[in-house]
Design a protein around this ligand. Structure first.
Ligand code: UDX
Length: 463
């Protein structure tokens, strides 16, 4: 009798990113890794708003969620409101799409099964729908663990009566969150704590038990060992995977905006380690006055610079019309301003010696991975936590403590780029680059991202 060989199950994973660049990027990188290394078929369930071009990802299937976000709001005026809206608006189309997807496969040998859905922590509306449909869920957290811990603590601090924050409290240590001060907490000091609790409670399951099979984190356990230990002690039953930095795990072009590659040629003409790269991520915005302070800080530092100003990032301007009179003449060929850069290539360029950054988590890990020291000026949210850790715990950056003021900027750039003054920071940044390289390549120990990735693929393959 002929023996029947059962063909292995084909597994599909559905990935639900939050539709902003800093969230889209790690999700697409994770999808690329799981496709290339676990053999999973990947569906990206994306909002119509801000979608990456599917033709750039022929190996992914795309399906669309109705989001109700106006296209012109690429840089949101009220981010928290948009995120809350997404959690309402996307529900119906997500449920509909999921029903169709799981209805299509029988799960028998050789057939395709939906092994699970990995959703961005911000898109927490998915959980209830998946639970009803009996589909396994996994959460992707795109911030560092310290930022998550700080966000989880906000509700407690609010209950203890600390908000709205009083000006005189800002420099005080935040209780149980060493080394964070109140000013480093991931909330807006101006708008206070009104809509935020709903978002934080949803993202961190503060009022409902976690139903997800696992939580995946785009950070490194070895980098945040003590924070991770605290988080583990709070969520004993759910497996946690620390698999960052994802851009070093899977190389995928993930930019929603067109990158200006000409700036790499400009960098080719600059001396080694001489250029300050300046970028504030994808959703922060500036007033005209702040733009002017940045411009004069850069001009007065006398250092060459490559500066990204995203169209619409200066409030009330299309692009850089509001640059101060005399600035262009003052900097001449020493400065290059672009709308959007190929950031990872820029940071890897031999000419770049420092990164003046808003300290978004992707940007922070991209800088650490290339051993580039940072000048930290966080704009909002988790960036403030990241900046504190970069400057005071990992000590690879200098923080601008008083907002954007030209004198402080000039001094910060000079200190960071000066051969003598910046040496220790530069040496530590190089050390991080080497450590990251080692931990993404091999299973150094149980804290290595490579070890976590192997365990994650085994878990996903078991369903
Ligand atoms: C935000 C938060 O700030 C971040 O901490 C959170 O984890 C995700 O949401 P964003 O402000 O956009 O993200 O910053 P960041 O996390 O640094 O992500 C920006 C991404 O855009 C980076 O991957 C960076 O390489 C890319 N980028 C930025 C470009 O490709 N070109 C540019 O010119 C600027």
């Amino acid at each position: 009798m002929e023996e029947q060989t059962q063909s292995p199950k084909r597994r599909r994973l559905v990935l639900v990113p939050c539709p902003y660049q800093g969230h889209i990027t790690p999700m697409l990188q994770l999808g690329t890794f799981l496709h290339n290394n676990g053999g999973f078929s990947i569906t990206i369930a994306h909002t119509r708003f801000n979608s990456p071009d599917p033709s750039n990802y022929p190996f992914f299937q795309f399906l669309y969620l109705d989001d109700g976000i106006p296209k012109h709001e690429a840089i949101p005026v009220d981010l928290i409101a948009v995120l809350l809206d997404l959690n309402v608006n996307c529900r119906a189309s997500f449920e509909d799409q999921m029903r169709r997807l799981i209805g299509g496969g029988g799960g028998g040998a050789g057939e395709e099964v939906v092994a699970g859905v990995i959703y961005d922590e911000v898109m927490y509306f998915c959980e209830e729908i998946l639970s009803d449909l009996k589909v396994r869920s996994f959460i992707l957290r795109t911030t560092c663990a310290a930022a998550s811990l700080a966000r989880m603590a906000l509700v407690r601090l609010n209950d203890e009566g600390y908000f709205p924050l009083k000006e005189c409290m800002l420099q005080n240590p935040a209780p149980e969150l060493h080394p964070l001060r109140f000013k480093d907490l991931p909330i807006s000091l101006t708008t206070g704590f009104t809509k935020y609790p709903t978002l934080v409670k949803g993202m961190y399951n503060l009022e409902t038990p976690i139903k997800a099979e696992a939580i995946i984190w785009n950070t490194m356990e070895w980098l945040e060992e003590s924070i991770v230990a605290q988080i583990k002690s709070k969520s004993t039953t759910v497996p946690l995977f620390f698999i960052g930095p994802l851009h070093r795990i899977a190389s995928a072009r993930t930019s929603v905006l067109n990158e200006d590659f000409n700036c790499l040629q400009w960098l080719d003409e600059q001396a080694n380690g001489s250029v300050v790269y300046v970028a504030i991520g994808s959703i922060a915005s500036l007033g005209e006055k702040e733009l002017g302070e940045m411009a004069w800080g850069l001009a007065n530092s006398q250092q060459p610079f490559l500066w990204v100003v995203q169209p619409g990032a200066v409030r009330g301007s299309k692009w850089i019309e509001a640059l101060p009179d005399g600035f262009r003449e003052a900097v001449g060929g020493r400065g290059c301003v672009v709308k959007w850069a190929p950031q990872k290539e820029v940071l890897a360029h031999r000419a770049v010696g420092g990164f003046w950054s808003h300290c978004g988590w992707n940007s922070s890990m991209e800088s650490l991975s290339e051993g580039v020291p940072m000048l930290c000026s966080p704009c909002f949210g988790d960036q403030k936590v990241n900046a504190r850790y970069l400057s005071h715990v990992w000590r690879v950056g200098l923080q601008l403590e008083n907002g954007l003021e030209r004198g402080e900027i000039e001094n910060g750039i000079k200190r960071l780029m000066d051969e003598e003054q910046g040496r220790e920071i530069r040496d530590r940044a190089k050390h991080f680059k080497e450590k990251i390289e080692a931990h993404v390549k091999v299973e150094e120990d149980q804290f290595s991202s490579r070890t976590h990735l192997k365990d994650l693929v085994s878990l996903l393959s078991s369903f």
